[in-house]
Design a protein around this ligand. Structure first.
Ligand code: NAD
Ligand code: DEZ
Length: 375
């Protein structure tokens, strides 16, 4: 079995090599010729997988090691009897930790306490629900919007987007990109949503670029709208609007989900899916693949306050390490992708064992996802 896999997929050779012959390719350069005699295609989000790419090929299974699947025409795959698997939730923790890192940085810079803010979460799936749980562990008020879940679960927990726009100090988007339909998310943040956001609010997009109308956002900021913005995803990528990057508070090259754990989980999820599809079910523990983290043990004495939490969070991942390099190279051909390809290893909070002497601190850090030892 010949398996073609994106070169930016950690552990692809080790895992897929157990199932067939692996060739690694640059995701943006995949074309019909490269697919010639391949049986399986394993991609990330930069490869558009559709009839144009696949007709005439002998591909019988497609996997994407990503949470978002808007780059895959899954209907076409089904119609043509091609197996498909995404990697739901693989990098949700990484995105949550990106959001925390960003908000704690803004809180310090602008002199506010996160615990005084209300956070509106739009899209309460794998990312949104984990974000909600961690914010609640800190006693932070959240407002939730997820119409598909609201319909299914008939729960009053979910509110209309307009309510969040009016009431939340921080509005963070974690929806899939739907170009149309009842739950359309394309340009969900448009001119009128931006106009309705009160001065001093914070807008975060770590979902898909086009969930926010980037031109409308740029216009609003150019007209002096007081809005702090955190953008990990752009419309379009990789050729983002440079004047917009210049005006956002934090701008990163679509790496919110790029913890080593998150990427590796993506690979293992589609490895499991392929092995089942071909009738040779295999399983592998993530921990057997991952190296020890650079910093893996720390002693934390006393009580946890927001300032100390910020220091701990930024010890593991400080978003500024991804913001500055993008500003330096944006606009230069190939550089957005290079930053992603050569991404310096980043680990999740769970990779840090925190030894605590205070039971409340230990409980809270555990709820937040750190590995904790109480002595
Ligand atoms: N920046 C990154 O690196 C990164 C990483 C992971 C995921 N993502 C993106 O974030 C998205 C969310 O990730 P996830 O893992 O939580 O996905 P998910 O599928 O688990 O959750 C998405 C949630 O959004 C809800 N939703 C759908 N339409 C909606 C609408 N119109 N309004 C409000 N909610 C709506 C769904 O009901 C679901 O609960 C992915 O689809 C992907 O595009 C980006
Ligand atoms: O949908 C996802 O999982 C993320 O957006 C993912 O991190 C994108 O990374 P890429 O596939 O572009 O490497």
């Amino acid at each position: 079995m010949k398996i073609l896999a994106d070169e930016n997929m950690p552990y692809a050779r080790e895992l897929f090599g157990q199932l067939g012959e692996v060739t690694l390719v640059a995701g943006r350069q995949l074309n019909t010729e490269r697919l010639a005699d391949a049986d399986v295609l394993m991609v990330r989000s930069v490869t558009k997988v559709n009839g144009e790419l696949l007709s005439g090929s002998q591909i019988r299974f497609v996997g994407t090691a990503t949470a978002g699947t808007d780059h895959v025409d899954d209907i076409w795959l089904k119609q043509h009897g091609i197996g498909f698997s995404g990697a739901p939730g693989c990098n949700a923790i990484a995105v949550v930790e990106y959001v925390f890192s960003s908000l704690l940085m803004l809180a310090e810079r602008d002199g506010f306490q996160l615990r005084d803010k209300t956070v509106g979460i739009v899209g309460v799936g794998n990312v949104g629900s984990r974000l909600n749980n961690r914010l609640k562990a800190l006693g932070i008020k959240t407002l939730l919007c997820d119409p598909p879940r609201a319909r299914k679960e008939k729960s009053a927990e979910f509110l209309p987007l307009e309510t969040l726009v009016q009431q939340a100090d921080i509005l963070t988007f974690h929806t899939p990109l739907h170009k149309d339909g009842e739950d359309k998310t394309f340009h969900m943040v448009n001119e009128s949503v931006l106009a309705a956001m009160a001065p001093g609010r914070i807008l975060i997009n770590a979902s898909r670029g086009a969930v926010v109308d980037n031109i409308a956002l740029l216009r609003a900021l150019e007209k002096g709208k007081q809005l702090s913005t955190i953008l990990d995803v752009w419309e379009p990528e990789p050729d983002l609007l440079l004047p917009l990057l210049a005006r956002v508070d934090i701008g990163t090259p679509h790496i919110a989900g790029y913890s080593l754990e998150g990427k590796a989980r993506g690979t293992t999820q589609i490895y499991h899916a392929l092995s089942e599809y071909i009738g040779q079910p295999k399983s592998i523990e993530l921990s057997s693949l991952l190296p020890q983290a650079e910093f893996n043990h720390i002693t934390f004495n006393g009580e946890l306050d927001e300032h100390r939490l910020k220091r701990l969070v930024h010890l593991v991942y400080d978003v500024r390490r991804d913001d500055a390099p993008l500003r330096k190279v944006a606009g230069q051909r190939g550089e957005f992708d290079r930053l992603r390809k050569e991404y310096v290893e980043r680990r999740e909070w769970s990779s840090l064992i925190v030894e605590c002497d205070n039971v409340d601190t230990a409980t809270q850090l555990q709820q937040l996802g750190f590995s904790v030892r109480y002595r």
